[in-house]
Design a protein around this ligand. Structure first.
Ligand code: ATP
Length: 240
């Protein structure tokens, strides 16, 4: 028996609280797939490893023949630690041209396994936790098999800087990373739901309760595979 799943792409700028929202949705029963972790996983696949070595040289290999992610990062970001993936000649774009199709293949396999699993005939919620959503084709799969709606987590820049400082990141590093990512306006343009995370953990939990109810009860708000005009995003804020 195949069960229906509802696949949501979850993104947000660094420090906005994306992973925290993903964890709260998991606590409420969603299956969370860490797409960034899939990126690390695909580097262990033989064909991906061979393509990466062909592109970046065997200096990226560790002694045991696996990809050394530190050496690979040094190659990709040489001289430009927060490289714009769209810049001409971007080595990050070269790496993503290899890794993203592999990540999407692995994602497709995992989503198929989830659909094939026998279980209650509910619209089981699957959340793709992904740092890079608007910037790439990650999570977009043929025939509507990938994410079909987008949740964006937002927080003010000062709040994010403060949270990232709590994680030991300098303001300069955090700012540089923010500036290299898509901006709030870009994410909002693709958002079906926006979670504003400027408050404390209790406020965020209440917002996620509301979001979870929407995602497990309301019909799909849009289908990025087919819709050209996107509806205004539903905001989940304490004021609602
Ligand atoms: P990254 O892109 O780096 O993975 P992220 O968007 O996933 O960042 P989180 O890791 O979820 O962000 O959150 C950043 C930090 O802020 C974490 O230390 C988290 O515990 C903290 N945090 C998130 N939301 C809140 C909140 N509402 N109140 C207090 N701390 C929070």
């Amino acid at each position: 028996m195949s069960r229906p799943i509802r696949v949501v792409g979850l993104c947000g700028g660094i420090g906005a609280g994306k992973s925290t929202v993903a964890a709260l949705l998991a606590e409420r029963g969603a299956t969370v797939i860490d797409v960034d972790a899939l990126g690390r996983h695909v580097l262990t696949e033989d064909d991906v490893r061979a393509a990466v070595v062909a592109e970046f040289g065997d200096g990226v290999l560790a002694d045991d023949g696996s990809i050394d992610r530190g050496s690979l990062a040094a190659e990709v970001f040489a001289g430009a630690p927060h490289l714009d993936r769209n810049a001409t000649g971007s080595r990050l774009a070269d790496l993503e041209a290899i890794s993203h199709p592999a990540i999407n293949r692995e994602l497709d396999r995992r989503l198929t396994r989830l659909r094939d699993r026998t279980g209650p005939a509910d619209d089981h919620l699957v959340v793709l936790d992904m740092a890079v959503l608007v910037e790439s084709d990650l999570g977009r799969l043929p025939d509507g098999r990938g994410y079909r709606e987008v949740v964006v987590v937002e927080a003010d820049r000062e709040v994010r800087l403060e949270r990232l400082a709590g994680r030991g990141m300098t303001a300069a590093d955090a700012s540089a990373r923010m500036d290299a990512q898509a901006g709030d306006a870009d994410r909002r343009a693709v958002a079906d739901h926006v979670v504003v995370n400027n408050g404390d953990e209790a406020e965020l939990a209440a917002e996620v309760d509301r979001l979870h109810r929407l995602l497990t009860s309301d019909p799909l708000t849009s289908d990025p595979a087919t819709s050209e005009e996107r509806p205004a995003p539903v905001r989940c804020t304490p004021d609602d």
